[in-house]
Design a protein around this ligand. Structure first.
Ligand SMILES: *[C@@H]1O[C@H](CO)[C@@H](O)[C@H](O)[C@H]1NC(C)=O
Ligand SMILES: *[C@@H]1O[C@H](CO)[C@@H](O)[C@H](O)[C@H]1NC(C)=O
Ligand SMILES: [Zn+2]
Length: 306
């Protein structure tokens, strides 16, 4: 057995041989015994429940909800030094300063805890949520929990204890200068457990001014990695953040625990199971209806002129 190669490697290999670890589909192979997304329910039964994330958002079936007003952000402009860490599944930054979101039909304020990303191979499909079947190259998750909780474990026991803001990325021909330091810092965390300090970043810098914060989708779901806890109020913003292909590529140079390229770090979309996806009144559909009406009335005007 390969697993008995040497005493030095034994602890490391035993770990891999137990097969209890979860992994993404790109990590599943004949000689890795990790459990890919199809088997996550064996890692945690919650992964097989019925309000799982991510989902495909069918815009035609979304329901307009006037209560989905713009968010109120506090601390999103605060500049901080954050620790960027390769945790073996993604890169993550803990947020060391007070930052909150409220409004947007959230029952109470939520505080920001950490952010991380999900991506594909280079600038290929890599987001977790999809819109009308379209998968964007990458997705940012800013994870918040209700302000009254101190530990994330407590928030995860509350069906709406966690609020995640999801932002898509799109390939752009121009470099997004606000991501220069971030993309550069990735070089220092190529290996699992590697960490480095991201200097002078703010949450606003990641998402503004690219995203129109008034246009978003809302539904009840789960964490997208095991335990898959069904405690998440999801907000997915419609407008993607532009990055050039080199900036996107930088994420593919990170490595999983086994040294293979960290790519395809997304969970496939899960059944909606009758859940309703709501859209804010700033949404595109409303704009389309307005444009349609405008063109109809223009057509009428033209007809009458003739
Ligand atoms: C970062 O890495 C150093 C070792 O290089 C380690 O001592 C430290 O605990 C790590 N910090 C985090 C937050 O993982
Ligand atoms: C955001 O979208 C809304 C509705 O589509 C629009 O009225 C508003 O002007 C937009 N804001 C920005 C900053 O683009
Ligand atoms: Zn995530």
């Amino acid at each position: 057995m390969r697993c008995l190669l040497s005493a030095y490697l034994l602890p490391l290999i035993l770990h891999a041989c137990t097969g209890a670890d979860w992994c993404y589909q790109t990590q599943v192979s004949c000689d890795s015994h990790c459990k890919g997304p199809e088997k996550w329910r064996e890692v945690n039964a919650d992964c097989g429940k019925d309000r799982q994330s991510p989902i495909n958002i069918v815009t035609k079936q979304t329901k307009l909800d006037e209560r989905l007003t713009p968010f109120r952000f506090t601390g999103y402009q605060t500049v901080f030094d954050g620790t960027l860490k390769n945790n073996g599944h993604s890169v993550q930054v803990s947020i060391p300063v007070p930052a909150t979101i409220s409004g947007g039909n959230l029952a109470e304020p939520y505080k920001a805890v950490q952010f991380h990303l999900h991506w594909g191979i280079s600038s290929g499909p890599g987001s977790e949520h999809t819109i009308d079947g379209e998968q964007y190259p990458m997705e940012l998750h800013i994870v918040h929990m209700k302000q009254k909780y101190i530990r994330i474990e407590d928030a995860l026991k509350d069906p709406s204890g966690v609020a995640v803001l999801g932002f898509f990325y799109e390939v752009s021909s121009t470099t997004n200068r606000k991501y220069d330091l971030f993309a550069h810092a990735l070089r220092s965390v190529q290996n699992t457990n590697g960490n480095t300090t991201l200097r002078k970043i703010s949450l606003n810098q990641l998402i503004l001014p690219e995203v129109n914060m008034t246009n978003y989708y809302r539904y009840d779901g789960s964490l997208t990695t095991p335990g898959c806890t069904e405690a998440v109020v999801w907000t997915v913003f419609e407008k993607p953040i532009p990055l050039d292909s080199e900036q996107l590529q930088a994420f593919s140079s990170l490595k999983f625990r086994d040294g293979k390229p960290m790519v395809g770090t997304f969970r496939p979309v899960q059944p909606r199971n009758g859940r309703v996806v709501y859209r804010s009144s700033g949404g595109t559909l409303l704009v389309s209806v307005f444009l349609l009406m405008a063109s109809i009335s223009t057509a009428f005007t033209i007809t009458r002129l003739n």
